[in-house]
Design a protein around this ligand. Structure first.
Ligand code: GDP
Ligand code: MG
Length: 456
């Protein structure tokens, strides 16, 4: 990313007040930086207008100064365009899960087949690769080598078994090739089923440029094997051209996800942003080298910071957000001290606030005036906490607000619903009753001593 943008962010961050002209200047710099990173112009336009709108709308984020807010907006928008969250492979209900690879020649499909196979195997799957690229004479051999390196079996047409394998022939849609890739793909999936492999990765042919015949072949393979995922593999180094390719494959074959390959080069990730934006398909994996292990699950947030090159800013924002959460928590504590009676609903609310913030012990470290309770609660095991939550979630809204009304049959039902014994439910109710009593006494006594903002 341009040093200029880094500087812009640095200046912006330290600003207590951001004027419209600051925002405009920042947006100009972001625009230049994105274009520099090979993001396509329409995407840059859409992106900057969203950022401007949000920045001028000045969402108030208490823990951040206005400069930090703009940086955060830019980052959030990038993550959003990149798909928000990592999208995992959708496994078929009925194995095998069929994954088809599509993309231009040289984009890295065959290499990816090995990487994906290896990765899936590490995850406990039993993958198989299928060599349905019969366009070039050595494509099958290449996949066999890749498969061997990854320790994943390869289904390939037997030499001489597939009509015309040894000599270029005309097949199905009239394309010249070394056999019929549609038949091979179908046979490969059937073989995987027979061997009870749970994932099949089908490698297909590509051409150097977008080509209707080849697109037709890919579409035909797709309809023949009905894959659960069609992964479009694209070389991140080709920059702007990646977008046209993505659009052509999106129209011609349609894909369910994207794999960015060759991200190890000095590709700046701009292609990622454009492809995600233009096709609306999630980027699922990144290929980062020629070795089998050079493969990663794609994380939108990490790519966003790669594009913005501002790891330190993100850390800063995270810290600020944590500080903000702490204030929210104090607010909640005060609210519940003023409420009529402490109910199980309040309890659930507290629980979710605690969960949002991390572990119980961390939380206690943040809350002032909690010294006495800290020791008591520290002995509470977090799993115990989950059990308690399960019990509360098994209560009806009426029961949560009227704990005293929970009779024997209700207790039995709650125990069944949450998978605990009735005596555990009894214990919870008893402890809860004591806590309620304690809360009432505290309120009458004028609050917890040492709690800021509280009387007494
Ligand atoms: P295909 O034609 O789509 O099957 O592409 P290949 O898998 O044969 O890859 C084409 C070339 O790119 C090969 O020389 C690979 O070693 C190389 N390649 C593939 N993926 C990557 C990657 O992530 N990083 C780098 N540096 N090279 C890669
Ligand atoms: Mg190949």
């Amino acid at each position: 990313l341009s040093d200029r943008l880094t500087l812009t962010f640095k200046n912006l961050r330290s600003k207590g007040r951001v004027t419209d002209s600051d925002i405009n200047a920042t947006i100009r710099d972001i625009r230049v930086a994105l274009l520099d990173a090979d993001v396509s112009l329409p995407v840059v336009r859409a992106f900057t207008s969203r950022v401007r709108e949000r920045a001028l709308g000045a969402e108030v984020h208490e823990a951040l100064n206005p400069g930090q807010q703009v940086v955060k907006i830019v980052n959030d928008e990038l993550v959003e365009i990149l798909g928000g969250q990592t999208r995992p492979i959708r496994l078929a209900k009925q194995p095998p899960t069929v994954i088809m690879l599509a993309g231009l020649q040289g984009s890295g499909k065959t290499t990816l087949a090995g990487k994906l196979g290896y990765w899936l195997k590490q995850q406990g799957h039993t993958p198989m690769l299928v060599a349905a690229d019969l366009q070039r004479p050595n494509a099958v051999t290449q996949l066999e080598v890749v498969g061997e390196r990854a320790g994943v079996p390869v289904f390939a047409p037997e030499r001489g078994n597939v009509a015309g394998y040894d000599a270029a022939v005309e097949y199905g849609s009239g394309t010249r090739g070394y056999g019929d890739p549609i038949t091979v793909a179908r046979q490969g999936v059937a073989e995987a089923q027979r061997q009870q492999r749970d994932v099949v990765i089908v490698d297909t042919a590509g051409r150097l440029a977008i080509d209707t015949e080849l697109m037709q072949q890919a579409a035909d393979i797709r309809s023949a094997i009905e894959p659960d995922e069609v992964l479009f593999v694209v070389d991140a180094m080709i920059g702007q051209a990646a977008v046209d390719t993505a659009v052509a494959f999106s129209d011609g074959v349609d894909f369910t996800g994207v794999v960015l390959s060759k991200l190890d080069g000095d590709a700046r990730g701009g292609a990622a942003l454009s492809i995600a934006h233009v096709t609306g398909r999630p980027i699922m994996f990144a290929s980062t080298g020629e070795q089998t292990k050079d493969f990663e699950v794609f994380h939108p947030d990490r790519m966003a910071s790669r594009i913005l090159d501002m790891g330190d800013v993100l850390t800063l924002i995270e810290q600020a957000e944590r500080a903000f959460d702490r204030r929210e928590q104090q607010e909640l504590t005060r609210k519940f001290m003023e409420e009529e009676d402490f109910t199980f609903d309040d309890f659930l609310q507290q629980m979710s606030a605690i969960k949002k913030m991390g572990s119980l012990k961390q939380l206690l470290g943040m809350m002032p005036g909690m010294n006495q309770m800290r020791e008591q609660l520290a002995s509470l095991d977090e799993r115990e906490f989950d059990r308690v939550e399960a019990m509360v979630r098994s209560m009806t809204p009426f029961e949560r607000n009227h704990p005293k009304q929970i009779n024997g049959s209700r207790r039995a039902r709650i125990a069944r619903g949450s998978g605990v014994t009735v005596s555990e439910v009894n214990q919870l109710l008893e402890r809860f009753g004591q806590a309620q009593k304690m809360m009432r006494q505290l309120r009458r006594g004028g609050g917890i001593p040492g709690m800021p903002g509280m009387p007494g």
